[in-house]
Design a protein around this ligand. Structure first.
Ligand SMILES: *Cc1c(COP(=O)(O)O)cnc(C)c1O
Length: 355
C-alpha cells in the first residue's frame, strides 16, 4: 500500500524541505564523514566553525547583505529580540515608532516601552488586524520605525515597506527568504528560524555595524550585540544543529534559484489558493486584498459551517494543521517556501470537493 502523502500547513514550527530533513537525519548520526554525530561535535572544531561561517556567507549572498552589516545567530527566539533591539540601540528618553499590525507587534511594542518613548503610529487593532494601516505620520525625532513584515496569525504582509524617518527595524520571522528585500533600508532585521528558514532554536539577526553598542548601556553579556558580533556568535555554545538545518535549507533555496525564484513560486502558490477562496461560495477571506500574505492564508466559512468537520475531512486527506489561530478561528494555511505547489493543489482540490 502506498503511504498517504502528508502536507503540513502549520504556522510554525513549520514544513521543511524533505531533502533537508534527510540530510539532517544523516548528520545526526554521522556528520559529513567525521564518524561522529553533529550533536556531539564541539562548536570550536574546524568542521563546525566552517559550517557556521558558510551559513553566514550564504545569508549574505542570498539576501545581498551589505558589508557593513553583521549577521548573528542567537537564541531566545524573535521574542528576545523584541527587548534586545531597543535595549542595545535606544538611549534613555529617545523616541521610536511602532506599527501595530498583530499580536507579535503588540509584544514588540510592550518590550520597547521599557527602553524608550514608543509611539504606536499605526494600528489596525479595531478591525482585528484584517489589514495594515499604511497611512500614518511618523515622529520627527524617531530613531527607528518597527514593522512586522508578515503577520503570521492574521495573514497580512507589507507589500512595500514604508520609508522611515530614521531607519527600519523589521521582524521577518515568517517571511524571511520568501522574497527579495533591500537590506540597506533596515538598521536591523531579525527572524526566528522556525517559520521559513529552519528549526526552532536559532534566531538570525542582521544588524548595521554602527548600531551595535549605540545605547551605551551596561548590558549582560548574553544580551549584548557587541559581544556576539565580536565573537562571531560563538561567545557561548551556539545551537549548532539548528544552524546546520538552516545551512541545508539555504543550499536548497540557492539551488532553486534563490529568493527571486522563491518569490515567483510563492506568488503562484498563494494566487492559486486565494483564487479558490474567491471562487468557492463556501469560503471567504477576512483579509483586505491588497495586504494579503503570500505565507499565511487565513480563510473562513462564508455562511457558517462545521469547522471541526472540515478540519477532520482535511486530516483524512493528509492535509494537516489547518486550524486558524485561536484568536481568529476558521482556517489558516501556511504555505512557506518549503510547501510544495502540490500541497496547495491538494488543499484546493479538497476545498472543491467539500460539501
Ligand atoms: C513566531 C513569530 C514570533 C515569535 O518567535 P519566537 O521565535 O517563538 O520567539 C515573532 N514574530 C513573528 C512575526 C512570528 O511569526
Amino acid at each position: 500500500m502506498e503511504m498517504q502523502k502528508i502536507y503540513n500547513f502549520s504556522a510554525g514550527p513549520a514544513v521543511l524541505a524533505e531533502d533537508v530533513l534527510k540530510q539532517a537525519a544523516e548528520a545526526a548520526v554521522n556528520y559529513d564523514g567525521h564518524g561522529m554525530s553533529i550533536l556531539e561535535m564541539s562548536h570550536r572544531s574546524a568542521p563546525i566553525v566552517d559550517m557556521v561561517t558558510e551559513t553566514r556567507q550564504l545569508i549574505r549572498q542570498l539576501l545581498n547583505v551589505p558589508e557593513n552589516y553583521k549577521i548573528l545567530f542567537l537564541q531566545g527566539g524573535a521574542s528576545l529580540q523584541f527587548s534586545m533591539i531597543p535595549m542595545n540601540i535606544l538611549k534613555d528618553g529617545e523616541t521610536v515608532d511602532y506599527t501595530e499590525t498583530g499580536v507579535w507587534s503588540v509584544k514588540a511594542i510592550k518590550e520597547a516601552q521599557r527602553y524608550g518613548n514608543v509611539n504606536v503610529v499605526s494600528s489596525s487593532r479595531e478591525s482585528v488586524y484584517n489589514h495594515i494601516q499604511k497611512d500614518f505620520k511618523q515622529s520627527t525625532d524617531q530613531v527607528y520605525l518597527h514593522v512586522t513584515s508578515n503577520n503570521t496569525i492574521y495573514g497580512t504582509q507589507w507589500q512595500k515597506f514604508p520609508e522611515a524617518n530614521g531607519f527600519l527595524v523589521g521582524d521577518m520571522s515568517s517571511d524571511i527568504f520568501s522574497r527579495p528585500i533591500d537590506v540597506s533600508q533596515f538598521g536591523v532585521i531579525y527572524a526566528g528560524a522556525q517559520k521559513n528558514m529552519g528549526p526552532a532554536g536559532v534566531t538570525m539577526v542582521i544588524i548595521r555595524d554602527n548600531l551595535i553598542g549605540r545605547s551605551g548601556r551596561d548590558l549582560p553579556a548574553m544580551l549584548d550585540f557587541a559581544i556576539h558580533a565580536d565573537k562571531d556568535s560563538m561567545f557561548n555554545t551556539p545551537p549548532v544543529f539548528a544552524i546546520y538545518v538552516v545551512n541545508r535549507t539555504l543550499h536548497w533555496l540557492k539551488a532553486l534559484g534563490g529568493v527571486e525564484s522563491m518569490h515567483v513560486q510563492n506568488k503562484s502558490k498563494a494566487k492559486f489558493l486565494y483564487d479558490e477562496i474567491e471562487r468557492n461560495p463556501l469560503f471567504t477571506s477576512p483579509i483586505l486584498v491588497e495586504d494579503r500574505s503570500l505565507m499565511n492564508v487565513p480563510f473562513i466559512f462564508a455562511n457558517g459551517g462545521d469547522e471541526p468537520h472540515f478540519l477532520n475531512y482535511c486530516t483524512e486527506r493528509g492535509l494537516l494543521t489547518l486550524k486558524g489561530h485561536r484568536s481568529v478561528g476558521g482556517f489558516r494555511a501556511s504555505i512557506y517556501n518549503a510547501m510544495p505547489k502540490e500541497g496547495v493543489e491538494a488543499l484546493v482540490d479538497a476545498m472543491q470537493n467539500y460539501t
